[in-house]
Design a protein around this ligand. Sequence first.
Ligand code: HSE
Length: 416
Amino acid sequence: MQKDDKKMANVAVLGHGIVGSGVVEVLLKNSGIIEKRCGQAINVKYILDIREFPELPYSGKFIKDFDKIINDPEIDVVAELIGGITPACDFVKASLCAKKSVVSSNKELIAKKGAELLKTAHENNVELFFDASVGGGIPIIQPLYQCLAGNEIEVIAGILNGTTNFILTKMIRESMGFDETLALAQKLGYAERDPSADVDGDDACRKICILANIVFGNHICPESVYTEGIRNVTPEDAAYAGEWGGVIKLIAYAAKSGDGSGVEMMVCPAFIKSSGHLAGIDDVFNGILVRGNAVGDVVFFGKGAGKFPTASAVIGDIISAVNSKGKSRLPVWSDNGVNTVKNRNEYKAAFYFRVTGSSADRFIPQGSQKLELPKKTAEETAFVTPVITEDEAETLVKNIEKSGSKLLNRIRVLEY
Ligand code: HSE
């Protein structure tokens, strides 16, 4: 029987890891409701993986030869769930050139090669969807293109990494150590294969680049975004943040610069007031704040990592790809080789400083707020400066070091 007679779309899943296996399981579990919404059944025809899974009821679908997928005219959509650049990039490109729509959860690939791959999709009249690459199960990419399309977006800021949010939350609430919490996050399937991408901020950086590319329309290279992770954040810093009236979160943001000539972007741990939109987003949850010039502030919230939340986003994209058949308005940005990210020296923020010694008055800027913990554990001084430039913050670091005090930490204060 022909594919069209059966009203069935065929999908090839690349990679049977945490996300890939989640996608296959949910497609099977929710097949009835998906068929109703899609107007046709979605059949996983192949699963590409170098491993074998003889114990699975769908073990017959596993293949090792990628060419079988691109040479099969029955395959409508390829779901790339491998991660990384090699071989994922070649597989995605070959699939698009073979006129198969692609759905990808791969933030590294989309952040680095998105402009090129979107162009290839456009040239071949097929789709490249990647909602699962940012915010796990949170629908964020399609809303930016559809529901919020009437807005000029001024700011997009988020907690975009579940692993670091999980670690910071445990640190704040249970004084759990960094290593212990990271091991737990890995066990729960939140962390990347190489967890440094999470804890050093690179994963959040790739995600904010994808969002900024969509919002500002130009390719932003992750390397051009200043990125600081959470390795230096301690339970003491979290306690000072509590005394100040807030929490520490790893924030990734992109904001249109004041003169409109570029974008201010950064990934960094930040003090956020408890009343801030992103302050209450804890554990593995992600939150994304979008500030539009018509809508004002909109906040998206949900599970940013994990097998089934990510599978939910991938399947949403598979359904969109099947339904649109290359006719959707692709979320396209271009790479014109111009770096629109403004020089960091000009950015302004208040800063939290923690330094050794109790006589720091000689270098604390006027107007700073001193912070005290109820139980002093060491001879140290903590304070929050008024709003200063990054350059002024660097000068302050030098003055602290010249005075014989040691800088224990320095964290920006952000208003999200
Ligand atoms: N390692 C990522 C995170 C997975 O912790 O958010 C989802 O992209």
